[in-house]
Design a binder for this molecule. Structure first.
Ligand code: GUN
Length: 287
């Protein structure tokens, strides 16, 4: 039987509609500064999608576009201004930043109370310790999808391919919490015989940023496969000259029990979780 396709688009929309209803009852408009430095087309399309979703939920986005050659001090002082602006509850700096900018320094300049991406060392540390604060959007989105489809996580072996600060590392950390209770293996570019590990996965999470890395013969029969990859591959037959391709070969659908599509799987969940954090940041600001 072909895999059940996990509809992140539908679940994301349902969550966003609930957030819109909650938002309408607040006496404050949750508000997010969205900073984009440079003109990377993929980043631009992510930022546009996030701003549209904020608007539809009745939240406000402050669109800050900086040139590719922006001076790091200008970026830092922009963040500092927003930290001190009570009307703006969250700050999102779209990554990656231009090469000459020190990403770590920029992220560290964000007030952790406004760090809706959960990238700041204080936010990451709190998440690591399980001591409150925001949850990172993509990992949180993956957890919501697993819950929505009643995938048994407790006691399962989850294999994560990819060790990024945005997905692989935080997801591994969240899944070992008692509430999720999974056993985790993290594979990366230094792993010998990746297939030896991926074949053991009850739940396989691909977050390596490599188009179609995970093939059908690399998974166990009936595994749950979550594809976090969003890769642009050139395709002359496509209108835009490229198409989106995940880290998982679509053939996997013939062997997996559940599979997330790309697009329409994890991506829309990331946006829904971002909006949830912005709402939380706005409520936090009133305390
Ligand atoms: N770049 C890729 N994913 C993300 C994300 O979730 N947040 C930000 N700020 N940048 C990204």
């Amino acid at each position: 039987m072909p895999a059940v396709i996990m509809d992140g688009k539908a679940l994301g929309l349902k969550i966003r509609e609930n957030l819109r209803l909650k938002c309408a009852q607040l006496d404050v408009v949750p508000s997010l500064a969205v900073i984009l430095a440079g003109e990377d087309p993929a980043s631009l399309s992510y930022v546009t999608a996030k701003e549209k979703a904020l608007d539809e939920a009745g939240m406000k986005s402050h669109d800050i576009r900086l040139p590719e050659n922006v001076n790091e001090d200008v970026l830092l002082s922009t963040i500092n201004d927003i930290n001190n602006n009570e009307k703006i509850h969250g700050i999102l700096v779209q990554l990656p930043l231009p090469k000459h900018i020190n990403e770590e320094r920029v992220i560290s300049a964000i007030d952790p109370k406004k760090d809706v991406d959960c990238f700041h060392p204080v936010s990451a540390g709190k998440m690591f310790l399980g001591s409150g604060g925001f949850l990172p959007c993509t990992p949180h989105g993956v957890l919501c999808l697993l819950r929505e489809y009643n995938i048994p996580v407790s006691g399962s072996h989850v294999v994560i391919v990819g060790r990024s600060n945005i997905v692989g590392k935080p997801l591994a950390n969240l899944l070992i919490r008692r509430e999720f209770n999974a056993t985790i293996t993290v594979c990366h570019t230094g792993t010998h015989d990746i297939t030896g590990f991926t074949k053991q996965a009850d739940i396989l999470i691909a977050a390596a940023g490599m188009p179609a890395l995970i093939k059908k013969d690399m998974i166990k029969e009936n595994a749950v496969v979550i594809d976090v990859g969003v890769n642009r591959v050139s395709d002359n037959s496509a209108k835009k000259g490229y198409r989106l391709c995940g880290d998982v070969d679509p053939d996997v659908a013939g062997k997996a029990s559940f599979l997330t599509p790309v697009p329409g799987g994890v991506g829309p969940m990331t946006i829904a979780m971002l909006l949830q954090n912005v709402l939380e940041a706005a409520m936090l600001s009133k305390e």
